[in-house]
Design a protein around this ligand. Structure first.
Ligand SMILES: *Cc1c(COP(=O)(O)O)cnc(C)c1O
Length: 380
């Protein structure tokens, strides 16, 4: 596997870690070989079960039992749906699926100090994996990030720096610091999606070596979309499935650059008004791999949808009453599924996976306010 700059076609060896091309563009990885079902490491219950397909030697794996998350049968708005519990990971979000591979790669290439900007979960995940790998770590977070996420990052020993301004201001500050510390942004580093692609492998295996008809994911930068696209494509190329599932990306209407580009029918960002959203994990106004994510969704036959704050809160409540205590960002995907069922884009009888990306435990204060929760006082 090599790095490739999709803008220029220039390739670079992955022997040396880099986060961008010589001309400052983002890098992807050239096609890997993927795997066939006989290559699965059946005794390994983590992402590294699919080591054969991962472009990092698993003897370097920095692993903490991430991945191999439950896939639960249930129903949503009258349709049978499978809930993929990605929030059941070591740091409480799906980010661990990508981070284990990214950190293992960086460590194997001698990187011992990493820098990342994050709204919370990616920082929490990187700080944990950096700690496990014995790396130093600096994380820049927006001032408005949930306190439990900041505490989680700091507790793992990272140097946490809060930045005033928008999520984009935080990313810009990180770019400036990238001259001093290796910029291990999961939104730039393609070995992150090399990890998130194992979502596709897991769904395939858990469904009895079949692809579902539809996968519905929350969409910020696009690592779940990219992971599904890369993983399922490898399975198609290896003859393990006949076709890709349809991929549906759900954005918060308050911050919907992908959705607006989708509506405009173009593969680049269009001017988009951005306002705050409770779905902080997908509040990304300037995603990195714009054309790739739009193309992945279009080529799969899926679509992009945008959901309002009220729709997110409603879905959050319904999920919690099923026992799925997730953060608002994850509830956005469920709200998107509600729309897709209502419009007929997804039919109740199809096999549909709803990916629940982050735990509610880091967002309890917000969830309490949003759902207007109070305990009854019976002491009097
Ligand atoms: C980061 C995050 C997302 C969005 O992932 P992208 O790769 O930015 O699309 C969704 N849900 C949760 C809980 C997250 O932390």
């Amino acid at each position: 596997m090599n790095y490739i700059d999709p803008a220029t076609g220039v390739t670079y060896s992955t022997n040396t870690a880099r986060w961008c091309s010589d001309t400052g563009g983002y890098l992807n990885l050239t096609h890997g070989t993927g795997l066939k079902r006989g290559d699965i490491k059946a005794s390994c219950y983590s992402v590294w079960r699919y080591a054969k397909a991962i472009g990092v030697d698993d003897k370097h794996a920095v692993a903490m039992g991430e991945g191999w998350t439950p896939l639960i049968d249930g129903e949503w708005r009258g349709a049978s749906v499978r809930f993929k519990l990605e929030f059941m990971m070591p740091t409480g979000s799906f980010k661990d699926r990508g981070m284990t591979v990214m950190v293992s790669y960086l460590k194997s290439r001698g990187i011992d100090h990493v820098l990342e900007d994050s709204s919370g979960n990616a920082g929490a995940s990187l700080s944990a994996y950096a700690a496990a790998a014995g790396m130093r770590c600096r994380i820049l977070v927006p001032e408005t990030a949930s306190y439990p996420k900041i505490a989680q990052i700091a507790a793992c020993g990272a140097d946490v720096v809060t930045i005033r301004g928008t999520r984009q201001d935080v990313a810009d500050a990180a770019l400036r610091m990238s001259r001093e510390i290796f910029y291990a942004s999961h939104n730039w580093q393609p070995f992150f999606a090399e990890g998130t692609k194992t979502l596709a492998y897991e769904l395939w295996e858990q469904l009895g070596f079949k692809a579902p008809d539809n996968v519905v994911v929350p969409l910020g930068y696009g690592s779940n979309v990219a992971g599904c696209e890369i993983g399922f494509n490898e399975l198609v190329r290896n003859g393990e499935i006949k076709k890709m599932p349809r991929i549906f990306g759900v954005q918060a209407a308050n911050c919907a650059p992908y959705f607006n580009a989708w509506q405009a029918g173009v593969e680049h960002l269009v001017p988009t008004e951005i306002t705050p959203t409770i779905a902080e994990g997908i509040a990304s106004s300037k995603p990195t791999r714009v054309a790739e994510a739009l193309r992945a969704v279009r080529n799969s036959g899926g679509s992009m949808v945008a959901v309002s704050e009220d729709e997110i809160v409603a879905a959050l409540g319904v999920l919690a009453r099923k026992g799925f205590y997730v953060e608002p960002t994850s509830a956005a995907a469920a709200a998107g599924l509600t729309q897709l069922l209502a419009s007929g884009a997804i039919k109740p009888k199809e096999s549909t996976v709803l990916v629940l990306t982050g735990t509610g435990l880091k967002a309890s204060e917000k969830i309490g306010e949003l759902l207007k929760l109070k305990a009854r006082d019976l002491s009097a």
